[in-house]
Structures are given as C-alpha cells and as structure tokens.
Design a protein around this ligand. Structure first.
Ligand code: FES
Length: 109
C-alpha cells in the first residue's frame, strides 16, 4: 500500500540548494536531527548521534532500509537497490537517500 505524503525523487526532479538543511525525525514522536541536503540521511543521523542499521553504505545490501513516512528524498545513484514496488510503498535506503524536504522515517524493527 503506497505511503501518502512521501516520495522518492530523481536528481532532475529537484532544485534543492546544496546548503539547505532539513529536519529529520525518527517516528512521529521520536528524536529529530538536522539533515543537510548535501549528506545522505544515514550520515546526517550518525553525525547527530543517532544510530541506524547499516552495512555496505552504498545502496546494495538493504540493511538500512526503512520507511519514508513523510517528506521527500532524492537518490544520486541510478538504482538504489529497491524495487519499483518498494519505492512506491515508501521504502528508502538512507545510506544513499538525500533529503529533499523535512522527513519522517520509520525504522524497521
Ligand atoms: S547500508 Fe547497505 S543499502 Fe544502506
């Protein structure tokens, strides 16, 4: 079932300033951290002291996969290791997903 209010974009669908800084939240009531447009969400979370699951950090292993509950992300690699159906359902790979707006993430349990 598609997640309303969340989107994965391609780089040519955005015109985000490289210096933009968004707010990321883990869950609707969870911790927040600054998410610069210039950093993958995983790296921004780690810089803010938030620990997210990861392994390859290049979009292939899917260890970091989580749900984008709200907001938009953009990928700078052509295919970030998600099926079209997974992307449609709101799954993202934060190791290679850059924020394009404020975002809310739901981590896999
Ligand atoms: S850490 Fe491997 S896909 Fe993100």
């Amino acid at each position: 079932m598609p997640v309303s209010g969340s989107t994965s974009l391609t780089p040519n669908q955005t015109n985000i300033a490289a210096t933009a800084v968004f707010l990321a939240r883990i869950g609707w009531h969870g911790p927040t951290f600054e998410a610069p447009a210039s950093l993958p969400l995983l790296q921004a979370a780690e810089l803010a002291g938030q620990s997210l699951a990861s392994s390859c950090r290049n979009g292939t292993c899917r260890t970091c996969m989580c749900q984008l509950v709200s907001g938009q992300v953009v990928y700078r690699i052509e295919w970030p290791g998600l099926s079209a159906e997974e992307k449609q359902a709101g799954s993202i790979l934060p190791c290679v997903a850059y924020p394009a707006s404020d975002v809310v993430l739901r981590l896999s349990s």
